[in-house]
Design a protein around this ligand. Structure first.
Ligand code: SF4
Length: 147
């Protein structure tokens, strides 16, 4: 059986982003066509609508959010941390059920970022909430920027 890789749904060309657009990546779409990729959008899985307000990790990184030391605020200032944490845990459920070992995630997202996230409109070092949880459980997470 071939290895299935979890991929951020927006990289697979699905319009799951906050602005209802996609961030298609040729290599990810190729994996999907070959039946080797499973697209998932943690924010949709967490119960957020599309389109939705832009959101950022308030301070620190995804690890701090998971530990309850930081939160996720949308551009209206609403605390939507619980949706992000739910999206991360639901994504982990899929990964564990399917025995997935690797993921390709969209850089700079508060859910999927691997090396960087956006804060105050600027790129800063950090990882998204779902990436932090997957890495904590031993999943190899590859940045979309490194493909
Ligand atoms: S949460 Fe992840 S998969 Fe969903 S739109 Fe944002 S970057 Fe893409």
């Amino acid at each position: 059986m071939c290895e299935i890789v979890l991929v951020s749904a927006c990289l697979a060309g699905l319009k799951t982003r906050y602005d209802a657009q996609a961030s298609p990546h040729e290599r990810v779409i190729e994996l999907l066509r070959e039946g080797k990729a499973l697209p998932v959008c943690p924010e949709q899985l967490g119960g957020l609508p599309t389109p939705r307000d832009k959101a950022e990790i308030d301070s620190g990184s995804g690890e701090e959010v998971l530990k309850g030391l930081s939160r996720i605020l949308n551009e209206k200032g609403e605390d939507i941390t619980d949706k992000f944490v739910r999206g991360a845990t639901e994504t982990l459920k899929i990964v564990e059920m399917m025995g997935i070992k690797r993921a390709i995630m969209k850089e700079r997202s508060p859910s999927c970022g691997v090396n960087s996230i956006i804060r105050g409109g600027r790129e800063v070092r950090g990882k998204g909430v779902t990436t932090a949880l997957l890495q904590d459980r031993g999943i190899e997470v590859i940045s979309s920027d490194s493909l």
